[in-house]
Each structure stands twice: as structure tokens, then as C-alpha cells.
Ligand binder design. Structure first.
Ligand code: NAD
Ligand code: DAU
Length: 351
């Protein structure tokens, strides 16, 4: 079996669902269930005997050690993290605790576990660390996209904490021979995306008649990848990636925030038209910029394409339409995640 951490969050849950749809191999899913963890994301596999959910933290060394001893997974996939840049600006502490200290404890427990295994087990074991393109910092408008040998220049507490975790993973390979793999992926979007992030926030604010907030001038560029394509890349790296290597994952979909928002409004105008031919675009509002806002991210995915024969299956046009359709079809999910503490976050961030 494999151990997935953070498997109740956006990407982790998509990974768990896709994995169980494709494989017989069971998953132990360790998630502490922060505001971003949602068991509803896993409702379709809740009674599946191949899915064992454990509520707990990657920073709990004793718990992780016990899980490793009792389940003996052949791989760990580390999705668990604090993931929202704006929250890291308001309060970096949890990002340090989870992304750095948590990853460190997970690595330590894995090191201890592997030391007690025979060589054949150790050789085939993998620790796959799921990371982000934000560790590379911000690109100038005409600069080449991030390749794996790009220097690290993280600019937010979030990206700095992810960069630190990547360095720890690298060091555990270099020093202790831990069989690690790291993926650095661009912006994901798709089903189960928590609506603090741009795309789901725009969809839900548009539908509920609220302002659609665009930070600064809206000309920041992100390289969007449908979440299922990120999950397929992770599977490919797990199967065939070379130990100790890093793989950049991206969709070759560089778009300004403004154009993403306009596209979302146009799809909503078509699928959920407003009365009298009005457009959701009228709700767009330019608001105060994010402090230290990175201007542009773009991934050069040539290595994973060439070495592992991975390619995304969705274009932005197909993926974004599926995403809007998913939000329109899942009122109960939306209702559930937008209650309570979510409202407090929105008041604090956009007041
Ligand atoms: P998310 O915030 O939606 O989910 C994170 C999950 O981790 C939640 O279920 C949360 O409960 C869990 N978690 C948090 N702290 C934990 C802890 N100490 N122990 C166990 N579980 C814990 O995040 P996401 O968008 O799904 O991102 C998953 C991973 O992918 C992160 O490592 C993130 O840095 C990385 N990533 C995200 C994107 C993106 O666009 N969302 C892109 C590239 C990489
Ligand atoms: O690049 C990968 C990263 O993508 C991941 O590592 C992060 O976990 C993930 O959150 C995401 O980071 P971003 O900061 O790029 O995503 P976010 O959805 O928060 O913002 C996307 C862009 O939209 C960014 O330029 C900020 C802008 N934005 C965001 C929000 C929430 C707005 O203009 N208005 C908003 O209200």
C-alpha cells in the first residue's frame, strides 16, 4: 500500500480518488483536517476497504512511526501543507510548523522506518514530495520558463516554507540515501478546490452576486494545470521517476488573472445566464494588491515529457469548463465549505 498525507485537501483528495479508480493497491490517508481538509471530498471512497483514513499530523512523529510500522507502505506521497499565500502573509507560523517542521518529522520517521527494513524493501521504497513552482520566485515577462535547475528565490512565507521543505527532502537523500522524488507543479484548478483560491472564489462570488476581487492590475501570469493532470504526473513520477530527481509539472497555459476571470464570467454567462443579458463581468472589482505579489510563473515541463512521457490531457478550455460545471453541480459541497470559518477568512481578507 501507499501512504498519502493531506489526502482530504484539494489535490490530495483528487489523487486518492483517481488512484482508487485505477489501482487495487490500498491507501492510508493521513490528514489532520485543517480548515482546508474536507472529508466530503472523500465521500465516494469512504466505505471502500482500500481507503484507510487516519486523522493526524505529519508533525506527530510517534503517530507516523506507528503508521509506517503497522502498514509498511511501499511509498509516501507528501501532499500535506498549508497552501494559501494570502494566509501565509497574515500568519506565517503555521506554514513553518506544517511545511517545514512537519516535513522534517515525516522524513525522520521515514528514515527510522527504512533503517529497520531489508535492502530490497529500502531500494524499492519512494518518498515523493509534492511541491510548487513558487519556490523559484517570479519571472520577468520574457524570461524562459522555470526548469529544474532554476535557482530557488521564494518570495512569500508560503513559498519560503515549501522551499525549505524541498531542501530538507534533498538533504535526506544526499546525506542518508533516502529514496526521494520531488515534483514542482504550477497552479492547479478543478473539482474540490477550496474557494479561498482565485478560480473557485471567482465562480462562487459571481454566482452569489458578490464582487469578483482582482488584486492590483490583474496582469499577473499563472500557468494553469487541471488537477487530474497533476495527479497523473505524480503517478508517473512515482512509477518511473529517477530517485533523487526533481520534475517540474505544468500545463503550458500561461494566462493573466484578468483573462482567467473574464473566461470564467463568459462560461457562467452561457451556463447560468443572468436576467436581461447582463454579464458577470460587471461584478469584477480591482482591489488592493497582494504584498510581494509574484508577477509571473511558468513551467518548462520538457524533462517530465521527455523522460517519463507525461503530457496533460486537458487544455485550459476543456478543463475550465469541466471545473465550472462541477461547481454548478455540487451545491451541497459549496454550502458546506463556505460556512463558518470560511466567512471569517473572507471578511478578514477582503474587508
Ligand atoms: P490544500 O490546502 O487544499 O490541502 C492541504 C491538506 O493538507 C488539507 O487536507 C489539510 O488538512 C492537510 N494538512 C495540513 N496540515 C497537515 C498536517 N500537519 N498533517 C497532515 N495533514 C495536514 O492544499 P492543495 O492545494 O491540495 O496542495 C497540496 C500540496 O500541493 C501542497 O503541498 C501544495 O504546496 C502543493 N501544490 C499545490 C498547488 C496548487 O495549485 N494548489 C500547486 C503546486 C503544488
Ligand atoms: O503556483 C502554484 C501555487 O498556486 C501553489 O503552490 C499554491 O498552493 C496555490 O495556492 C497557488 O498560488 P497562487 O497564489 O498563485 O494562487 P491563488 O489562487 O491564491 O492566486 C492566483 C492569482 O490570482 C494570484 O496572482 C493572486 C490572484 N488573486 C487571488 C485571489 C485569491 C486575485 O487577483 N484575487 C483573489 O481574490
Amino acid at each position: 500500500m501507499i501512504l498519502v498525507t493531506g489526502g482530504a485537501g484539494f489535490i490530495g483528495a483528487n489523487f486518492v480518488l483517481d488512484w482508487l479508480a485505477l489501482h487495487d493497491e490500498p491507501i492510508v490517508n493521513l490528514d489532520v483536517l485543517t480548515y482546508a481538509g474536507n472529508l466530503q471530498n472523500l465521500s465516494s471512497v469512504w466505505n471502500d476497504p482500500r481507503h484507510v483514513f487516519v486523522k493526524g499530523s505529519i508533525a506527530d512523529y510517534d503517530l507516523v512511526e506507528e503508521l509506517l510500522r503497522s502498514h509498511r507502505p511501499r511509498a509516501i506521497l507528501n501532499f500535506a501543507a498549508e497552501s494559501h499565500v494570502d494566509r501565509s502573509i497574515h500568519g506565517p507560523e503555521e506554514f513553518i510548523q506544517t511545511n517545514i517542521v512537519g516535513t522534517f518529522r515525516l522524513l525522520e520517521a521515514t528514515r527510522g522506518f527504512l533503517a529497520a527494513q531489508d535492502e530490497a524493501f529500502r531500494k524499492s521504497f519512494r518518498f515523493l514530495h509534492v511541491s510548487t513552482d513558487e519556490v523559484y520566485g517570479s519571472l520577468a515577462p520574457v524570461e524562459a520558463a522555470f526548469s529544474e535547475d532554476r535557482k530557488y528565490e521564494p518570495n512569500s512565507p508560503y513559498s519560503a516554507s515549501k522551499a525549505a521543505s524541498d531542501h530538507l527532502v534533498r538533504a535526506y537523500h544526499h546525506t542518508y540515501g533516502l529514496p526521494v522524488l520531488t515534483t514542482n507543479c504550477s497552479n492547479n484548478y478543478g473539482p474540490h478546490h477550496f474557494p479561498e483560491k482565485l478560480i473557485p472564489l471567482v465562480i462562487l462570488n459571481a454566482l452569489s452576486g458578490k464582487q469578483i476581487p482582482i488584486y492590483g492590475d490583474g496582469m499577473q501570469v499563472r500557468d494553469w494545470l487541471f488537477v487530474k493532470d497533476h495527479c497523473s504526473a505524480i503517478q508517473r513520477v512515482l512509477e518511473s521517476g529517477k530517485v533523487g530527481e526533481t520534475y517540474n509539472v505544468g500545463g503550458k497555459n500561461e494566462l493573466t488573472n484578468l483573462s482567467v476571470v473574464n473566461t470564467l464570467c463568459e462560461i457562467l454567462d452561457e451556463l447560468r445566464p443572468l436576467p436581461h443579458g447582463a454579464s458577470y463581468k460587471a461584478q469584477i472589482s480591482f482591489v488592493r494588491d497582494r504584498p510581494g505579489h509574484d508577477r509571473r510563473y511558468a513551467i518548462d515541463a520538457a524533462k517530465i515529457e521527455r523522460e517519463l512521457d507525461w503530457r496533460p490531457s486537458e487544455t485550459f478550455d476543456t478543463g475550465i469548463r469541466k471545473t465550472v460545471e462541477w461547481y454548478l453541480a455540487n451545491d451541497a459541497w459549496v454550502e458546506n465549505v463556505t460556512s463558518g470559518s470560511y466567512r471569517q477568512w473572507i471578511d478578514r481578507q477582503y474587508r
